[in-house]
Design a protein around this ligand. Structure first.
Ligand SMILES: Nc1nc2c(ncn2[C@@H]2O[C@H](COP(=O)(O)OP(=O)(O)OP(=O)(O)O)[C@@H](O)[C@H]2O)c(=O)[nH]1
Ligand SMILES: [Mg+2]
Length: 163
């Protein structure tokens, strides 16, 4: 099952990918291009593409879209200023033909940061409840401790077989 991990630069995408793979925090630097790893959850194989989120790289996200079953959108919950940009990117993706059948998992990451937005605040800002044409789920998490990541993966595995 193909998964793409998207979100703005510094959101924590690469950190999440390697937490999934090794249950460890790896030292990351901004991703140029992508990383790809296979993650197995309860006999379900996910091929996860972690894509660089810098502004100059976002226009090429669409080259990763074909055959994607899951979009993991990672949000930096402390980055209030740029949540509007995340919102634009989210709705641009949802409108894309190649992602018509994709389900969306939103990770409200960096919940360890003081003063961060809650998953409920992010959900309201992104108007997730208005999304009717894609299954979606929001999960708060902290990539540094791994908290919340398993629950996100469980939602993904629960979706398989529904379609
Ligand atoms: N406090 C805190 N820091 C985090 C968390 N997750 C990631 N970080 C830090 O955020 C920074 C960016 O993480 P990356 O995983 O490299 O971000 P990215 O989304 O892959 O960024 P690009 O590759 O540039 O798109 C790193 O310094 C991480 O250690 C978290 O849950 N809490
Ligand atoms: Mg990265």
């Amino acid at each position: 099952h193909k998964v793409i991990i998207v979100g703005l630069d510094n959101a924590g995408k690469t950190t999440i990918l390697y937490q999934f793979l090794m249950n460890e925090v790896v030292h990351t630097s901004p991703t140029i291009g992508s990383n790809v790893e296979e993650i197995v959850v309860k006999n379900t194989h996910f091929l996860m593409w972690d894509i660089g989120g810098q502004e100059s790289l976002r226009s090429s996200w669409n080259t990763y879209y074909s055959n994607t079953e899951f979009i993991i959108l990672v949000v930096d919950s402390i980055d209030r200023e740029r949540l509007s940009i995340t919102k634009e990117e989210l709705y641009r993706m949802l409108a894309h033909e190649d992602l018509r059948k994709a389900a969306v998992l939103i990770f409200a990451n960096k919940q360890d940061m003081k003063g961060c937005m809650t998953a409920a605040e992010i959900s309201a800002y992104l108007t997730l409840s208005s999304i009717k044409d894609h299954p979606w789920h929001i999960q708060s998490c902290c990539a540094l401790t791994g908290e919340g990541l398993c629950q996100g993966l469980e939602w993904m595995t629960s979706r398989i077989g529904v379609r």
